[in-house]
Ligand binder design. Structure first.
Ligand SMILES: Cc1ncc(C[n+]2csc(CCOP(=O)(O)OP(=O)(O)O)c2C)c(N)n1
Ligand SMILES: [Mg+2]
Length: 594
């Protein structure tokens, strides 16, 4: 294994050397001919956009592009599956705030991006996907590896296009980056037929963007902001409810300033976790289906709900009719289409959260609101998140608390989807934005490992941990090879309950414990990890947990620890689908553990 890896690295090193000498000689000749191939224009435009790393998988119609990429200067990470590549670009974008870039070939390659694009779309993540397409003259002929990529991806992208002429290439790529990263961010796909990649064009002319119909409203309406400020000043029981929009807008500082100035409690969505420091007393942590009881009660009893960069997802609201029944609602969002989509809003403010929160902070006054904060403190005291600490089995919550302790709450955490994702959201205390990276809207199992790879590339200095489920890990575990090959010290903690735990919990509660197809044969993960060149450990005793984590944190290679957790542990509290937020199950169970 070590030899094979060394051989791969040697090839990479030689390539880099070759690349450097060739690029200096091609630079010398570049001045002579202004004609460039489409592939060269793509690489040059990506460099102009600030791209230094991308995720791409080769194939026939993208070979001209890969041939150019071979010359540098962009670092190319090759995933083992295009879905993985797309999640890597997404994780990279979430961790860095930059646009993530993924390349795939036509047909199967492009089709493999769909889940990744939909994941980025639902969570408003800026990703640019470049796909190869068959030659222009063959489009519509059922050519080899032809798929209607723009047709297939239209519903899962913010915008997509096909480039029909090499002259348009630079402009369309620039527009793609602009659309992906401005307003409400999202994935953009640009489909490039192979003849466009090899065609030549004099690229010296300027390529101005032409987007007459695309408008981004940054500043909120002054009168709406004043109304919002007045509502906050009048409120006795206000609550900030904030989501991923705070992350996109880089508005955490402004959020903190507003909460401090007006004295407001804050609850966060899954994607909003970390935008307000969870160690502060004003944090009510996460709300919604598996949110805290104190956040959900606060929503139901507040007289003013200030939603910022959040979209009233059904996992947050529960039954819409009875959501926040006593509250006027302010909704601050960059996307006018989100306003009053699910819940009727009293004071909409469309614009950039960073700007609007800053404006608001200038117009609000400090208010003690003693009875309200006392009420919240009462709920916090009565219904904290709990688990059975005395159990002799490994409780997943214990593993996560221990991870939080040993990393001083500072690691970047990614997850799969399921119970482990919810326990992570509940028991790791996040203190900064871009620290918790998880698929919220689409709920994509298999997201955790490739997202961790993308995050580690964006943040080589950070400790990046994928807290994964056994079945989520099963979906994309092949990407461990990508981590090994690229020398990324990511950590994977598998919360191995041997079940698709979340469906199993629903089956326990609502299907009379008929565990239909929610348990499958799993491999020995530590062995799989070692076979792929990573470190692998198993922890099957509670006493092993701290030292397994310590070992993992000290490991320089990618490292997988398989924690054999309590098999039928449940996530509490739980608002059953379609119920009101105050109708939580499991509060009695939590209280009994006091
Ligand atoms: C790609 C995909 N397929 C199916 C589902 C439905 N689903 C949600 S959670 C879950 C099980 C997750 O199992 P695991 O990763 O082991 O996590 P656990 O709940 O056990 O922590 C399933 C099948 C999904 N979210 N994503
Ligand atoms: Mg599981």
């Amino acid at each position: 294994m070590a030899e094979r890896l060394a051989a791969v690295r040697w090839i990479y090193q030689e390539r880099t050397k070759k690349m450097k000498s060739e690029s200096s000689s091609s630079a010398a000749s570049a001045g002579q001919s202004p004609l460039k191939t489409g592939a060269q224009i793509i690489v040059d435009t990506l460099v102009d956009q600030g791209v230094d790393t991308l995720f791409g998988y080769p194939g026939g119609v993208v070979l001209p592009l890969f041939d150019k990429l071979y010359e540098g200067p962009i670092r190319v990470i090759v995933p083992r599956h295009e879905q993985g590549g797309c999640h890597m670009a997404d994780g990279y974008a979430r961790a860095s705030g930059k646009v993530g870039v993924v390349i795939a070939t036509s047909g199967p390659g492009a089709c493999n991006l769909v889940t990744g694009l939909a994941t980025a779309m639902m969570d408003s993540i800026p990703v640019v996907a470049i796909t190869g397409q068959v030659r222009t003259e063959l489009i519509g002929n059922d050519a080899f590896q032809e798929a209607d990529t723009t047709g297939i991806t239209r519903p899962v992208t913010k915008y997509n296009c096909i480039v029909k002429d090499v002259k348009e290439l630079r402009r369309l790529i620039k527009e793609s980056f602009y659309i992906a990263s401005t307003g409400r961010p999202g994935p953009v796909l640009i489909d490039i037929p192979v003849d466009v990649s090899v065609a030549k064009h004099n690229d010296n002319e300027p390529a101005e963007m032409k987007l007459p119909g695309y408008r981004v409203q940054t500043k909120g309406h002054a009168r709406q902001i004043a109304m919002a400020a007045q509502a906050i000043n009048q409120s006795e029981r206000p609550l900030l409810y904030v989501g991923g929009g705070i992350v996109s807008a880089n508005a955490s500082e402004e959020l903190r300033a507003l909460a401090d100035k007006a004295h407001l409690p804050v609850t966060m969505t899954l994607l909003g976790l970390g935008t307000f420091d969870q160690n502060r007393p004003e944090s009510l942590d996460m709300l919604g289906m598996h949110g805290t009881a104190y956040a959900n009660y606060a929503v139901q009893e507040c007289d003013l709900l200030i939603a910022v960069g959040a979209r009233f997802d059904d996992r947050v609201t529960g039954k819409i009719k009875t959501f926040a029944p006593n509250a006027r609602i302010i909704h601050i969002d960059i996307d006018p289409a989100s306003i009053s989509k699910n819940v009727r809003v009293d004071i909409p403010v469309v614009g950039d959260a960073k700007f609007i929160l800053d404006e608001l902070a200038g117009q609000v006054e400090y208010k003690e609101r003693k009875p309200w904060f006392e009420k919240i403190a009462g709920w916090k005291k009565k219904f904290p998140l709990r688990y059975d600490r005395n159990s002799s089995n490994i409780k997943p919550q214990y593993v996560i608390e221990e991870l939080c302790r040993q990393t001083n709450g500072q690691a970047i955490i990614t997850t799969g989807v399921g119970q482990h994702q919810m326990w992570t959201a509940q028991f790791y205390k996040f203190s900064r934005p871009r620290q918790f990276i998880s698929s919220g809207g689409l709920g994509t199992m298999g997201f955790g490992l490739p997202a961790a790879i993308g995050a580690q590339i964006a943040r080589p200095d950070a400790t990046v941990i994928d807290i994964d489920g056994d079945h989520s890990f099963n979906m994309t575990m092949t990407e461990l090879a990508t981590a090994v090959e690229n020398n990324l010290p990511i950590k994977v903690c598998i919360m191995n309950n041997g079940y698709m735990g979340l469906p199993r919990q629903w089956q326990e509660l609502f299907y009379n414990k008929r565990y239909a197809m929610s348990a499958l044969l799993n491999p020995e993960y530590a062995t799989v990890a070692r076979a792929l060149g990573a470190a692998g450990e198993t922890a099957d005793k509670k006493a092993d947990v701290p030292k397994a984590i310590k070992m993992m944190l000290g490991e320089k290679r990618p490292c997988v620890v398989d924690f054999k957790i309590e098999r039928e542990e449940n996530v509490w509290p739980m608002v059953p689908a379609g119920k009101s937020l105050n109708e939580m199950n499991g509060l009695d169970i939590l209280e009994s553990m006091a």
